[in-house]
Design a protein around this ligand. Structure first.
Ligand code: 6PG
Length: 247
């Protein structure tokens, strides 16, 4: 059971009873986006988000079975990364590898890892070159590169590693920049709003009462100063919330 509502020009908001129902709905939407992209364009470019919320989603994508989704035609990118080695417990790549990528037949060459172990400026430039190379092959001109970007949201209204009051929010041209988080690991790599402008669709997942205040500021008060408020997909922006987060 879910309800959909949202500001007229804002995201489609769907409220699910709990975190498990949210993960079920998210998995169904990710699966549909992957299938639609491959059917329409022969490939899917999916960007994963970090943190802990995606774990339940990843488990459901794995449980569908190795042949259920077009992984061989899918590229997996990352929305952001902590500036730590890939085997560090704080690494978003490590979390994605352990909970999803090691269990589905996505070609190794299709996994585009942000190099958290490198100097952040160098890693950001290298990742941007990787994405722009993919766009040159699969999304010429101003065509959307990402078929779906998965996002989470922090209690402070950050998304990706776009934290309130940080310079990354003002980046107008680069797709990937170093970011700074108020919590450790402080050094981050993140996609920017110009990168999100090359996303066909954005799917944000937020679960838990600690997200409620930030969500109310955006959805009820219309506060568009929080980083998450500006995270829009080109054709579709959907927020999946559980009842605890939606209030
Ligand atoms: C990260 C994420 C970040 C995350 C939110 C929510 O690197 O931490 O990309 O933007 O999505 O902080 O995290 P939780 O899912 O753990 O609440």
């Amino acid at each position: 059971m879910s309800t959909s509502y949202g500001p007229t020009d804002g995201p489609e908001v769907v409220v699910l009873p709990d975190a498990d129902a949210l993960a079920d709905e998210a998995a169904a939407r990710v699966a549909a986006a992957m299938r639609d992209a491959v059917a329409a364009r022969g490939r899917c470019v999916l960007a994963l988000s970090g943190g802990s919320t995606p774990r339940r989603l990843h488990a459901r994508l794995v449980a569908m079975g190795a042949d259920a989704l077009p992984w061989a035609d899918t590229y997996v990118a990352f929305g952001d990364e902590r500036c730590v080695p890939p085997d560090d417990p704080a690494s978003n790549y490590r979390m994605a590898r352990e909970t999803l990528l090691a269990h589905v037949p996505v070609p190794e060459a299709h996994v585009l890892r942000m190099e958290g172990e490198r100097d952040p400026d160098d890693a950001a430039a290298r990742y941007e070159a990787l994405l722009r190379g993919l766009a040159a092959r699969h999304a010429p001109g101003d065509a959307p590169l990402f078929d779906l970007v998965l996002l989470g949201m922090g209690a402070d209204g950050h998304t990706l590693s776009l934290f309130p009051g940080t310079p990354a929010l003002d980046e107008a041209t680069r797709w990937v920049v170093p970011g700074t988080a108020p919590v450790a690991p402080h050094a981050r790599l993140t996609l920017t709003y110009p990168a999100l402008a090359r996303a066909r669709a954005v799917l944000l997942l937020a679960a838990g009462a600690e997200k409620r205040a930030a969500l109310a500021r955006v959805l009820v008060d219309g506060d568009d100063t929080l980083p998450v408020a500006r995270a829009r997909g080109r054709t579709r922006t959907t927020w999946l919330l559980d009842r605890a987060a939606a209030g």
